[in-house]
Design a protein around this ligand. Structure first.
Ligand SMILES: Nc1ncnc2c1ncn2[C@@H]1O[C@H](COP(=O)(O)OP(=O)(O)OP(=O)(O)O)[C@@H](O)[C@H]1O
Ligand SMILES: [Mg+2]
Length: 246
């Protein structure tokens, strides 16, 4: 980042930092908004590239040392948060984004970051209820199941193999990734981004409720077109889902 800062475009070897720097300079010098479009097929590296660009922009547009750096931190921590809820393992990519995103970073007249807004669109919702081996559902579900201690217990969660929405695929783990550690990172990202503990609690309660909801099975009832809860196990999950949804 130090090397590319201020270097004329094309002077150093091609790098995403060169693109980010050229864009930043153009904004500062010409006072015009700039856009960087990151494209490519699944697994090409869009998500990783976007993170590097954001890292670079918070590096050149960060405030001087000693200042409170929360805006930059919030910008960067939005990534693990969005990935937990919108990325999943696919056959092409262990961390495939199942949504599109538009990141807007605002700068003041001194070229310092003053704010940010992130818009997401087209999340692949069907993945919540249906997955195929060896893909996975959204990371957040496995993270919550692995949260251990109080959280997993509070929500009556067990190993992912107990939940229909997760056990349609036998892939529960990702190479080199700990679900439990990722849970801690997601929680920390939520704190930094500014999601209150009540809201966090509500979010994880809903995630757990969705998993229980997926375990409710129905049988045909006595009357035409009616249905009843299939068995004891289904009643158990229904009760917990209802409790969690309040
Ligand atoms: N700059 C990089 N350095 C090292 N590894 C990288 C880099 N970029 C990508 N990768 C590797 O490739 C994998 C896929 O990259 P990434 O998730 O960014 O792809 P993507 O284009 O966002 O795909 P999708 O469209 O599925 O979301 C990463 O998890 C990482 O292992
Ligand atoms: Mg991606």
């Amino acid at each position: 980042m130090e090397q590319y800062k201020g270097a004329p475009f094309g002077e150093l070897s091609p790098h995403v930092f060169a693109v980010a720097d050229a864009s930043y300079r153009a904004m500062v010098n010409e006072h015009k908004s700039q856009s960087i479009l990151v494209s490519g097929e699944s697994g090409a590296g869009k998500t990783e590239t976007t993170k590097l660009i954001m890292q670079y922009l918070t590096y050149v547009g960060g405030r001087t040392v000693g200042d409170d750096r929360t805006v930059e931190q919030q910008v960067l921590e939005s990534n693990p948060l969005l990935e937990a809820f919108g990325n999943a393992r696919t056959v092409r990519n262990d961390n495939s984004s199942r949504f599109g995103k538009f990141v807007e970073i605002q700068f003041d007249t001194n070229g310092r970051i003053s704010g940010a807004a992130i818009r997401t669109y087209l999340l692949e919702r069907s993945r919540v209820v249906q997955i195929t081996d060896p893909e996975r559902n959204y990371h957040c579900f496995y993270q919550l199941c692995a949260s251990g201690g109080q959280d997993a217990e509070k929500y009556k969660l067990e190993h992912p193999s107990h939940f229909h929405y997760l056990n349609q695929s036998k892939t529960y783990e990702l190479d080199g990734i700990s679900n439990a550690e990722e849970y801690v990172k997601t929680r920390r990202a939520m704190d930094i981004v500014g999601i209150s503990s009540e809201d966090q609690e509500a979010i994880f309660r809903i995630l757990a409720a969705i998993l229980h909801l997926g375990n409710i099975e129905f049988s045909p009832g006595k009357e035409h077109d009616s249905s009843v809860i299939k068995d004891q196990k289904s009643s158990f999950h229904l009760q917990i889902a209802a409790d969690l949804f309040m």
